[in-house]
Design a protein around this ligand. Structure first.
Ligand code: FES
Length: 153
């Protein structure tokens, strides 16, 4: 796309001390994502890892830590509040559904649902739980139906 070139981008960020400088590494990933339709494909991740001489598993671990980075397998991010007020409002049933219907474990991804999944801390909407965050946006009184609607599957 455009005149973006992965080799030039990698060279540039190597000059900024990537991958040792994680900030530069993340900037490189963001740029790659931007020039590839908004997602980091497996192929792209493998190419970047090879050019930087680092492991794909390391790169994937970095990607997981930054909500703005999205993989093709899991372009969305789902976070479910693990706080005690949301637990009182039924988050356990929701978590059970996410595990059962999408095969997702906290800290992992669901290829079936197209999202990465994490149990997070209190989202400060305690009275309206169970609360979730989908791509950074908070939804109250979340249900399995809501997740199905958001995931589109
Ligand atoms: S306990 Fe879930 S938002 Fe506070």
């Amino acid at each position: 796309m455009n005149n973006w070139n992965i080799h030039e981008a990698v060279e540039y960020y190597k000059g900024q001390d990537a991958p040792q400088n994680q900030f530069a590494l993340v900037e490189l990933l963001k740029e790659a994502q931007e020039h590839n339709g908004g997602v980091l494909t497996d192929c792209l991740i493998e190419d970047i890892a090879a050019l930087l001489n680092i492991k794909v598993t390391f790169l994937n671990a970095v990607i997981k830590r930054y909500p703005s980075l999205k993989t093709a397998q899991a372009p969305h991010r789902l976070e479910v509040c693990g706080g005690k007020n949301c637990a009182a409002n039924g988050s356990a049933a929701l978590l059970k559904h996410i595990r059962g219907a999408y095969g997702a474990e906290s800290g992992g991804i669901s290829t079936k649902g197209g999202f990465s999944f994490k149990i997070c801390g209190c989202l400060k909407h305690c009275g309206k739980g169970p609360n979730i965050k989908w791509d950074g946006e908070i939804y109250n009184a979340a249900t399995p139906e809501l997740i199905k609607k958001l995931a589109g599957r």
